[in-house]
Structures are given as C-alpha cells and as structure tokens.
Design a protein around this ligand. Structure first.
Ligand code: FES
Length: 214
C-alpha cells in the first residue's frame, strides 16, 4: 500500500492545479509506451482518482492505493471508452442536454460517424487529442484552458478539469468541461461535444482565428 500523494510525488496539501500537473507528468512517464510498466501506470491512475474523489468529497482522506486490492494480477492497460454526440444533432432533432435517453435517441437516429459514435482515449491523451488522433475534427481554439471553444458536456463519467481554467463553477457543476486538457478519470464517458454554441458559453468563446477549428 502506498500513499496516492507519494505516487504522484506531490505534497498532501497540494492544490488542485499542482495535483493535475503532477498527474499529467507521472501518467506520461508511467505509460508502457514511454518506458513505464502496466503496474506503474495503473497505480498512477488510481492515485489520481483517489485524490480527485477526496477533493469532491470535501477533503476526506485519500485512501492508500494497492493494485492487488482491486485489479488482481497486472491488468492490461485499458483505454477509456467514450461515446460522443455532436451538439448540432441536438439542435437538428430538438433534443435537450437534459434528456435522460439522449444517447438512446442518438443511436436510433442514423447519425453520421462524426456526429455520434465511440472512440478510445489512451491515458496520455486529453479527450480532444484522442478525438483528433482518431480522425475527428472537434472544435478548439487556445488549447490551454483560456476559452470554451473546446467545451464538452458530460452526460456520464468524469473528465479532469484543467488547472487555471476559464469555466465558472456553476457551469462546471452542471457538467461542462474542457476537452483540450481534460483527461478521463472514469472508465467510461458519454459526452456531447461542440457545445460552444450554447448561449451560456458565449462570453467564453474566442473568435475565429488561424488556430481555431469551427
Ligand atoms: S481550446 Fe481553449 S480551453 Fe480548450
């Protein structure tokens, strides 16, 4: 058993931004493709989850982590499965972000592959990077947490919130996240991307520029 703070190499009183930075550094180092091992990589992911849950539970102590208590023998590195839906489809069909059966409706609507589908996110990829690496053209602008052009709406699962982000607390609480530097911290995700057209995000959008998509 080891302290999750030790795994990420951060102080126990580190703030959210420091933990996020440490996780990003450690998860890259620990990935088997970068010279790490499956065991080390899984440990880093679990450490981050423990600390993240502690933050959301109001500061309850993060439990020590041990692969053997949950994963058993060394598991395969599992990418995170993401089901996605283009916000434009909601507008076209008159659906709402609050619809309980939004993704069931989408699966019956014969949408194009870029509008509704699934992709896998490797642990060293942000959600936006994963979409791009699988050939999708999701919107973005600054790629650094300073706009909402890359925003997605979480229907299920959890995406880490980048440090020093622009998203106000009320929108974060409603489920809006930034995809350019948001990393999945649950095993599965359902997201609506391209939500930058929503009125509540208007003030956070950067105007079109040479490095802006859509
Ligand atoms: S593209 Fe600006 S915050 Fe993601």
């Amino acid at each position: 058993m080891v302290s999750p703070f030790e795994v990420l190499d951060v102080d126990e009183d580190a703030d959210e931004a420091a933990v996020e930075r440490a996780y990003r550094d450690r998860v890259k180092e620990a990935h088997p493709d970068q010279g790490g091992t499956v065991e080390e990589f899984q440990l880093v992911r679990r450490a981050y989850r423990e600390i993240d849950e502690r933050g959301r539970n109001g500061g309850v102590d993060a439990a020590d982590v041990d692969l053997s208590d949950e994963e058993g023998d060394a598991a395969e590195v599992e990418p995170v499965r993401v089901e996605f839906l283009d916000y434009d489809a909601l507008a076209d069909y008159g659906w709402s972000l609050d619809d309980d059966d939004l993704f069931r409706k989408a699966s019956h609507a014969h949408l194009g592959a870029s509008e509704h589908g699934r992709l896998l996110v490797r642990p060293d990829e942000s959600l936006l990077e994963a979409a791009e690496n699988r050939g999708f053209g999701w919107p973005f602008s600054c790629r650094g947490g300073a706009c909402a052009n890359c925003a997605v709406y979480l229907v299920e699962g959890e995406l880490s919130q980048p440090a020093n982000h622009v998203m106000p607390d009320d929108l974060t609480e409603r489920g809006f996240r930034l995809s350019c530097n948001g990393y999945p911290v649950s095993d599965e995700l359902k997201v609506v991307f391209n939500v930058k057209h929503l009125a509540e995000l208007d003030d956070l959008i950067l105007p079109p520029g040479p490095f802006t998509r859509r």
